[in-house]
Design a protein around this ligand. Structure first.
Ligand SMILES: [Zn+2]
Length: 312
C-alpha cells in the first residue's frame, strides 16, 4: 500500500463554516445532553466549537495527517452562501483554500462549492476558478435547497466532464436549518445517467441510506460512496462493526475512505480514527488487502483526474 488518502476533510476555520451551521449542530448536542441531566447551553457549546475552528491555514490538520500517516486529503468547500448568512461566496472560499494549498504543497486536493441558482454567470465564474486555482472537483450541498439533478447544474457538469472533475454530493441529514428532502441519494440518478463520465461521490452514503446508495453504486458505474463522519454519526454507535458490514457488501471498488475532519477532532483526532480503521481488530476483518487498499486510497485516485494523481 502506498499510503492513506482522506477523501473528506474541511479546513477548521470559522471563516468558511457559518455560525448558524455550528449552532444547529450544537442544538442537537444540547438536546442529547439535556435529556440526561444538566447540560451546557447551546451558546456555550457553540463557543467550544468556535474555539476549534481557528486552524485557518490548516497547520493543525497537516500535523494530524502526519501523525496519522495520511499522505494527502480532499478539502471540501460547501457553498452555503445563498442559504446561511456569514458564509463566504465561492470565489472567496476558493481563494482562501488556494492559500492553504500554497502553504502545504502536495497535501491537498480542493473541491469547491457550486449552486444552480447562480445561473450561467455562476458556471462561467466556476470555470474561471477551476482555471485560476487549479481546483480538483466540485462539492454540492443539495440541502441548501436544490436537487443534484437540477437541469441548471448541467452546464457545470459539462465543465466537469470536459475537465475530468469529480462531483462530491452531500446526502443524508445535516444542519437543522436546511432541507433534508433534497439530500436523498436517489436524486443523483438523473445526473449520474446523463453524465456517465463524471464520477459522483455520495457523501456519507456508506453510513445513511446504505441500501439505496449501495444499489446506485453497484449499478451506476460512475457512482461512489463516501464514509465521512463514520465515528461521529449519532445513529452508529458501533461504527467499526458498521464499516465491517459495509466492506462485506461487494462494493469495495466504490467506497472512499474519508473522516470529515474536524468532526471528531475533540475525540482523539485523525490518528485515533485512522489507527482504529487500519490497525483495529474489526473494520477490515475478513476483507482482502487489495480491497482495503482500494478503500483507503486507490478508489479516490481513480476518481480524480489522471493529471491530479501523484507521480509514482
Ligand atoms: Zn463534511
Amino acid at each position: 500500500m502506498t499510503g492513506i488518502y482522506d477523501g473528506h476533510c474541511h479546513v477548521a476555520t470559522a471563516r468558511c463554516i457559518p455560525r448558524q451551521f455550528v449552532a444547529d449542530v450544537a442544538g442537537n448536542v444540547h438536546a442529547g445532553l439535556a435529556a440526561r441531566g444538566p447540560a451546557p447551553s447551546v451558546d456555550r457549546i457553540v463557543q467550544g466549537y468556535a474555539a476549534q475552528h481557528q486552524d485557518h491555514l490548516a497547520d493543525g490538520l497537516v500535523a494530524e495527517m502526519d501523525a496519522a500517516g495520511v499522505e494527502k486529503a480532499v478539502l471540501l468547500v460547501p457553498d452555503f452562501s445563498l442559504r446561511l448568512p456569514g458564509s463566504p461566496p465561492p470565489e472567496e472560499a476558493a481563494r482562501l483554500h488556494h492559500a492553504v494549498r500554497q502553504r502545504h504543497p502536495g497535501r491537498f486536493w480542493v473541491y469547491v462549492g457550486i449552486d444552480p441558482r447562480r445561473g450561467p454567470d455562476g458556471a462561467r465564474a466556476f470555470e474561471d476558478q477551476v482555471e485560476r486555482y487549479e481546483l480538483d472537483g466540485v462539492k454540492l450541498y443539495p440541502p441548501c435547497g436544490f436537487s443534484p439533478s437540477d437541469p441548471r447544474l448541467y452546464p457545470y457538469y459539462e465543465i466537469c466532464a470536459a475537465r475530468s472533475l469529480p462531483v462530491f454530493v452531500h446526502t443524508g441529514p445535516t444542519a437543522a436549518s436546511l432541507d433534508y428532502e433534497s439530500a436523498h441519494p436517489l436524486l443523483i440518478d438523473g445526473a449520474a445517467r446523463d453524465f456517465p463520465t463524471v464520477p459522483f461521490v455520495l457523501g456519507h452514503a456508506g453510513l445513511t441510506h446504505v441500501d439505496v446508495a449501495g444499489y446506485l453504486a453497484a449499478y451506476r458505474p460512475n457512482v461512489y460512496l463516501d464514509i465521512g463522519g463514520f465515528a461521529s454519526t449519532p445513529t452508529l454507535r458501533d461504527w467499526p462493526g458498521h464499516l465491517n458490514r459495509l466492506f462485506r457488501l461487494g462494493l469495495n471498488h466504490k467506497v472512499l475512505f474519508g473522516t470529515d475532519w474536524p468532526l471528531g477532532r475533540l475525540a482523539g483526532g485523525l490518528k485515533r480514527l485512522v489507527d482504529e480503521v487500519v490497525h483495529g481488530p474489526t473494520v477490515f476483518a475478513g476483507v482482502p488487502a487489495v480491497e482495503r487498499d482500494l478503500v483507503l486510497g486507490g478508489n479516490l485516485l481513480r476518481v480524480l483526474a489522471p493529471g491530479s494523481r501523484p507521480k509514482p
